[in-house]
Design a protein around this ligand. Structure first.
Ligand code: C2E
Ligand code: CA
Ligand code: CA
Length: 605
């Protein structure tokens, strides 16, 4: 019983349903019944709604597959739960109840105890415990049920309050649209590496709203803003997040990837809708609007940059006289040109050798020995010069070419790695491959990796894929299945850029992961920045606790190297140790036995 209370009191809006399910499971065992359920009342529609049940399938009559039962035509159990205040027991002698059960299911005899959730004068839900066959409920048991019902009612009230608070925190009072904070959260999530892009942002500003406020007063101004907000909501044909940033500034962000052309079309459409007259105090007013449009690329742009560019475009629209749409031009042009380039040439690029790989050694900082090598893709562009993956992977992902690119990287790197291995210098070296989230969730990934390993005769454990934290958290279930498949195929898994935001922390224990790579941002300043050290130490402790291998990325200074060594992190990569190398340079390094390191002796290592 204490366990039940502890679990329930610790639950919140996000966890209340799984916690309820867990608690129901405990209670099913405790009371030795067969089925239990939790339902909430919605008095506004006079219905009872299923929230959680245990076991998952409920073998009592439930007329609605979605778990909605209207009290008006409910069986006696549900009817009693509309306003009931005390636990009730239904046993086989209750004929009406029994008849319903028998009609609906094959279970011959059923008995049940129902405990109402009561909050003040209101019955807010019901907990049900069903036993197939007859069962007596002793008064002590019913007392316990009443207490449990009241615990559940408290959680229900708390979750509701939490939801309301969150809604209030995320919405604008005047218009009911999202507020700035909700918009920023949305954009940050959309711009995370690996998310589909581009993310279009339309920044609106009413031209000369101030004059309405000045001549007709603030009430009229507010009313005008509300009318425009309604119009925006009704006319934004693509599913979008619509926010008011305060004053007369609105932002629309379509929730699906949107091209420059599509974004401008949407903006033009909204411009024409907002331009229509609004009646205020018997006067017909027209206020024109200016819109700035910018596109963000996930993994490349930050929320701040994207909004700044949209705002800049808006300034351009205003400077050109208002009542128009302006796009963040150079970037958009560049962007779409760039995308076209990639779209058109990637296939070509793969075939004609403009793509190539560099290898970044990962070394043991005590000895300089090479422990692993990370393949990094490059593109020698005919006019733009050498392109780093940061500039084209995100674009390739957004136009579904990441799979093709990823397969090329994997085959090429494995082929080269197999050649090094054949010379006998890479026996204990691991090949690390960056995998785009898009590849990971696409079907057949595990099979394709396993196929390539077999083709080049690479032993189990010699290849490791690196994935970023965000992808893991984004779809935990699919990723864990894929990761388990990789492990079975003998492929190691590393979490790349570990520590940046998304924290898979909570899930580390249950995920089949072998390696954590501490993100460069915590490492570069080590030896100077105590905050970074605190984080790095925490990550080191975490890796220890879970028995994971740890690699520091971005070691650029001796101070960083020494600090890492002092705290027990020996594996690292970074410019201090080596720049990314061409394949033959990497082979030469392996033949030499590693890089030379001479960090002054560090106590305790
Ligand atoms: P990453 O996986 O974190 O790779 C390490 C990046 O840090 C590389 O940049 C490397 O050149 C750079 N680096 C290494 N040591 C240092 C250092 O001491 N200081 C600094 N400032 N940087 C250092 P690169 O090659 O530009 O790669 C950028 C990102 O692109 C990679 O980050 C990885 O996420 C992605 N990437 C690279 N190759 C591939 C690939 O084949 N497929 C996929 N999906 N992504 C790739
Ligand atoms: Ca990496
Ligand atoms: Ca990294």
């Amino acid at each position: 019983m204490t366990d039940v209370a502890v679990d329930l009191m610790a639950s919140n809006a996000a966890t209340s349903v799984p916690v309820a399910r867990k608690v129901l499971a405990m209670l099913v065992a405790y009371f030795d019944v067969d089925v239990s359920f939790l339902r909430y009342n919605d008095h506004s529609i006079r219905a009872s709604l299923l929230v959680a049940e245990w076991p998952e399938r409920l073998d009592v009559p439930d007329p609605d597959p979605l778990g909605v039962v209207y009290f008006a035509d409910a069986d006696p159990v549900f009817a009693a739960s509309e306003h009931g205040k005390k636990p009730l027991v239904f046993r086989p002698e209750n004929e009406d109840y029994q008849r319903r059960i028998e009609e609906a299911r094959t279970v011959p005899q059923t008995s049940m105890a129902a405990a109402p959730l009561v909050s003040g004068d209101l019955t807010t839900g019901v907990l049900g415990f069903v036993k197939f066959g007859d069962r007596e409920w002793r008064p002590e048991e019913l007392n316990a049920l009443e207490a449990i019902g009241s615990l559940f009612a408290q959680v229900q009230a708390r979750v509701k309050a939490e939801d309301q608070l969150r809604h209030r925190a995320e919405h604008d009072d005047l218009t009911g649209l999202c507020n700035r904070r909700a918009l920023l959260d949305h954009l940050a999530a959309r711009l995370a590496p690996g998310r589909p892009g581009p993310v279009a942002t339309l920044y609106f500003d009413l031209d000369r709203l101030k004059t309405i406020n000045d001549y007709l007063g603030h009430t009229a101004g507010d009313w005008f803003i509300r009318v425009l907000a309604d119009r925006l909501q009704q006319s934004t044909k693509r599913p979008s997040v619509i926010a008011r940033l305060g004053g007369d500034e609105f932002v629309v962000v379509p929730t699906e990837p949107t091209s420059a052309t599509e974004a401008e079309e949407l903006a033009e459409h909204l411009l024409s809708v907002l331009r229509e007259r609004v009646a205020i105090d018997g006067e017909m007013l027209t206020r024109t609007v200016s819109i700035g449009v910018a596109l963000g690329v996930p993994g490349r742009d930050t929320t701040k940059e994207l909004l700044r560019r949209a705002d800049q475009a808006l300034m351009t629209a205003k400077a050109e006289g208002g009542n128009r749409v302006a796009a963040a031009t150079e970037e958009m042009a560049l962007e779409s040109e760039f995308r076209n380039d990639i779209e058109l040439h990637l296939q070509n690029v793969i075939e004609n050798g403009a793509l190539f790989l560099r290898y970044l050694p990962e070394v043991d900082m005590r000895t300089g020995r090479v422990l692993a090598t990370e393949a990094l893709v490059r593109w020698e562009h005919p006019t733009r010069g050498l392109l780093s993956p940061a500039s084209f992977i995100a674009v390739a992902e957004s136009i579904n070419l990441a799979g093709e690119l990823g397969r090329w990287v994997m085959r090429t790197a494995c082929a080269e790695f197999a050649r090094w291995r054949a010379t006998g210098v890479a026996d204990d070296v691991v090949l690390r491959l960056n995998v785009s989230p898009v590849q990971l969730v696409a079907g057949g990934f595990v099979e394709s990796v396993a196929g390539i390993l077999a083709e080049f005769d690479l032993p189990r454990g010699s290849v490791c894929v690196e994935i970023t934290e965000s992808v893991v958290v984004h779809d935990l279930e699919t990723t864990s299945i894929t990761l388990a498949g990789l492990r079975e195929a003998g492929v190691k898994v590393a979490i790349d850029d570990f520590g940046t935001g998304y924290s898979v922390f909570a899930h580390l224990k249950q995920l089949p992961v072998d390696v954590l790579k501490i993100d460069r941002s915590f490492v570069t300043d080590l030896g100077r920045n105590p905050d970074d050290l605190a984080i790095v130490r925490a990550i080191i402790a975490l890796a220890d606790a879970f028995g994971l291998q740890l690699v520091a990325e971005g070691v650029e200074t001796e101070a960083a190297a020494q600090t890492l060594l002092r705290h027990g992190c020996r594996r690292a990569q970074g410019f201090l140790l080596s720049e990314p190398l061409a394949g033959d340079e990497m082979l030469a390094l392996l033949e030499e036995g590693g890089v030379s390191v001479h960090f002054p002796a560090v106590p305790g290592t």
